[in-house]
Design a protein around this ligand. Structure first.
Ligand SMILES: Nc1ncnc2c1ncn2[C@@H]1O[C@H](COP(=O)(O)OP(=O)(O)O)[C@@H](O)[C@H]1O
Ligand SMILES: [Mg+2]
Length: 396
């Protein structure tokens, strides 16, 4: 509780009360000294006033706040002085001395149980002083109201300080939260940039890998074709140039992050195009089947499937050394399925490389799944599935 009362910094109201208290001591000390006849008592009183002024400063002064201790010494010292004044002078004017201590007590006692302790102590001091000064007269009610008003004034000033303090704490906590949020959004930005970078590098890997595979395979075959048929070789060179040119376009599009199917061709048409080019340059037979009725799908799904197809075909020839590939797309009720099956050498265990990992990342980003089944010498089957409901959300 003590901590709750003291846990604040010095503010302008504390400064104001500090000056008021100094003035009050000066005013009351000079009044009492003026009204005393005995020289020795005068010095004693002066000393007492100094103590009343200085001791509480040990606990409550600019930059230092120990309000519970301040409250105790303030109540004891000023209370006893008030009793003395009431007993000594027996006049209403002695109440003036009490007003500032009451403001101070009410000002500092803002937290339970000091809220009540402060109030009870003040009532006790007031009533005892009144009794000692024989002031239970017809003016008593008036005096009581005046005194209460001062107490209430102190209490209101205390509330202002408490509320200001709470606001300050609130602002500090908001600032702290803002800082945390800022860091968080920075982190998200970093992650987004990283994700985007991964995506672009993935696209480059897929397109560049696919193009180079086709170009290299065609070039490999070129010397033999040249020997056999000059015209066919020329045609082949033209096709290779075209292939490289298209590939360059693809790479450019990826760099600019433009969807390859800007002109909104259906998925099957894009597939025919990719497969056709692949067959032409690798001379590997690819069967393509569409099951279900083709319907409009989102550009992002289309783009993802084209990349999967390119990666699947490239892997089948590069890793599987396949001679026959079957590609099937199935338009199911709620999802789209792509199967790429080859008759290559297959694999014993699956180690996801850059290509397959990227494929998996792209598909999972669309809530889809990738399944790879393969057995040594029995080929490999790749199945990618994407729920079509997601298309609405992810449609670019
Ligand atoms: N169709 C396939 N036939 C045989 N092995 C494959 C096939 N596809 C992938 N693999 C194996 O999986 C590994 C990872 O493939 P991938 O992730 O595409 O890597 P990369 O980026 O090197 O092509 C390959 O190194 C290969 O051993
Ligand atoms: Mg690959």
């Amino acid at each position: 509780m003590q901590v709750a009362l003291d846990k604040r910094t010095w503010n302008w109201l504390d400064t104001f009360l500090f000056f008021m208290r100094t003035l009050w001591i000066y005013y009351n000390a000079s009044w009492v000294i003026e009204n005393m006849d005995d020289y020795q008592s005068k010095w004693l009183i002066f000393l007492w006033f100094m103590i009343i002024y200085l001791i509480p400063l040990l606990f409550y002064r600019p930059g230092y706040i120990k309000l519970v201790s301040f409250f105790i010494v303030e109540a004891v010292l000023t209370g006893s002085m008030f009793f003395y004044m009431m007993k000594q002078f027996q006049i209403i004017g002695a109440y003036d001395f009490l007003y500032l201590p009451l403001i101070m007590i009410a000002y500092v006692c803002q937290v339970r149980p000091y809220l009540w302790i402060g109030m009870v102590t003040s009532v006790f001091i007031f009533l005892t002083g009144t009794w000692l000064g024989n002031q239970f007269t017809e003016n008593f009610l008036q005096i009581m109201i005046n005194t209460s008003l001062f107490y209430m004034m102190g209490f209101c000033l205390g509330r202002v300080t408490v509320i200001n303090n709470k606001n300050k704490e609130l602002i500090e906590s908001i600032q702290e939260k803002n800082k945390a949020l800022e860091q968080y959004s920075k982190r998200i930005e970093e992650l987004t940039i990283m994700e985007e970078r991964n995506r672009v590098s993935q696209d480059l890997h897929d397109t560049v890998g696919h193009i180079f595979t086709s170009v290299i395979t065609s070039l490999d075959a070129l010397p033999f074709v040249m020997k056999v048929d000059q015209e066919e070789a020329e045609n082949s060179i033209k096709e290779i140039v075209n292939l490289a040119r298209n590939g360059l376009g693809d790479v450019r599009k990826t760099i600019h992050q433009i969807s390859p199917s800007e002109n909104r061709v259906p998925l099957s048409q894009s597939f025919y195009q990719v497969i056709g080019e692949f067959m032409k340059h690798t001379r590997i037979n690819v069967d393509f089947e569409i099951e279900g009725t083709e319907r409009e799908i989102g550009e992002r799904i289309k783009f993802t499937f084209i990349r999967c197809l390119q990666e699947g075909l490239t892997n089948a020839i590069n890793h599987g050394r396949a001679t026959q590939i079957l590609v099937t797309i199935t338009f199911e009720e709620e999802s789209l399925l792509l199967q790429i099956k080859d008759n290559g050498i297959g694999m014993d265990s699956l180690n996801l490389g850059f290509g397959l990992q990227g494929m998996k990342d792209r598909i999972t980003a669309l809530n889809g799944t990738v399944v790879i089944e393969s057995e040594r010498n029995k080929g490999t089957e790749l199945r990618c599935s994407i729920p079509l409901a997601k298309e609405v959300v992810c449609n670019d």
